[in-house]
Design a protein around this ligand. Structure first.
Ligand SMILES: [Zn+2]
Length: 336
């Protein structure tokens, strides 16, 4: 499983892999690189792949063999010439850099190239960054640095100028879903949050928010109220359940967006397209309503949601706005 996920990162970053292979093929290996891309894009996997390639004892056609002693030790994190630095608490500290430099310049280790990887390089504090900068200015021996960051502009410009920047490709929705599922988010929640944002880190954070989990549930109840309840029951639901949880305008906007995605899902289910659902766990519930609703009725409902979203930005009273939305959507059903 884990192996598959890693391959997925490498797969989705084929251009970056090719670029690294070309660097290796020409044997023009730089002193320092910055791999720059969003969280979850597979920066560590790519850095590990490049490290293996640089140190592999039997690479074939610019691909590390994965079976030699060197590849195996890099995979398990035990290669004496390879070092990975991560933030110690909030930041990367000067003594971490000092230790790194001692290790990278020490004689008596294995022959050959040394490689160090700095994860979250943007979190080096200023004394750590200045220590690293000195080392980058006066490289000793056969050493290659790979800095990883999701915030290139937060890296000291003097460090940037000493490194070759290798930007990662933006991830598609499937890639982000896979990455946050790997971090423990359920598949159905991953499908929902990746509709809300294209940033892997933001998607992960959103999935961790209790209030978002509540909103997701509430929106499904609202669909139920619109589709199955009487007008007065649906309006009561808005007052007693919906409004207390949607206090701020931003909450309300998230709620309306989720409602829009729910109805788009119903349309997709009706059309037989199931691969892109925002609520894949609601397939059965949505199928029932996709049968009950004609396309024309679903169009009316989606238009009403889009209108409500516009009115939200015109600062209309939010209770009134939701009540009108529910009534319009229920009437849409009557016109079928
Ligand atoms: Zn190898």
């Amino acid at each position: 499983m884990l192996e598959d996920v890693k391959n997925q990162s490498l797969q989705s970053q084929q251009q970056v892999i090719k670029r690294l292979q070309a660097i290796y093929k020409r044997q023009r290996i730089g002193h320092a690189y910055i791999l720059d891309g969003p969280n979850g894009a597979g920066k560590e996997e790519i850095a590990r792949y490049f490290t293996k390639l640089l140190l592999c004892m039997e690479p074939k056609e610019n691909v590390p063999c994965e079976t030699c002693n060197s590849c195996k030790r890099i995979q398990s994190g035990n290669h004496p010439n390879v070092m990975l630095i991560r933030p110690d608490g909030q930041d990367i500290k000067k003594d971490q850099m000092v230790n790194l430099i001692i290790k990278m310049t020490k004689k008596g280790y294995e022959e050959g190239r040394k490689v160090y990887v700095i994860a979250n390089a943007e979190r080096m504090n200023s004394s750590a960054a200045n220590t690293l900068l000195k080392f980058l200015e006066e490289p000793e021996g056969n050493v290659t640095a790979i800095l990883l960051t999701d915030s290139y502009t937060s890296i000291l410009p003097t460090i940037q100028s000493r490194c070759q920047r290798i930007p990662l490709q933006p991830m598609n929705r499937e890639g982000i879903m896979e990455s946050i599922i790997q971090q423990g988010v359920t598949a159905s929640m991953a499908a929902t949050v990746t509709m809300m944002t294209v940033d892997a880190h933001a998607a992960y954070e959103l999935a961790q928010e209790d209030s978002f989990v509540q909103k997701r549930k509430l929106v499904l109840k609202l669909v139920q109220a619109i589709e199955q309840q009487s007008q007065s029951e649906a309006l009561l639901f808005i007052q007693t359940d919906w409004m207390p949880l949607m206090k701020e305008k931003s909450d309300c906007e998230q709620g309306i967006d989720l409602l829009l995605f729910a109805y788009r899902d119903i349309v997709a289910v009706k059309a037989g397209l199931q691969s892109t659902l925002a609520f894949p766990d609601q397939l059965e519930f949505f199928t029932r309503h996709s049968v009950k609703n004609a396309y024309s009725s679903l169009t009316v409902k989606i238009d009403a949601i889009l209108q409500a979203k516009k009115r939200l930005h015109q600062n209309m009273n939010r209770t009134l706005l939701l009540e009108q939305l529910v009534l319009t959507m229920q009437e849409g059903l009557l016109f079928v």
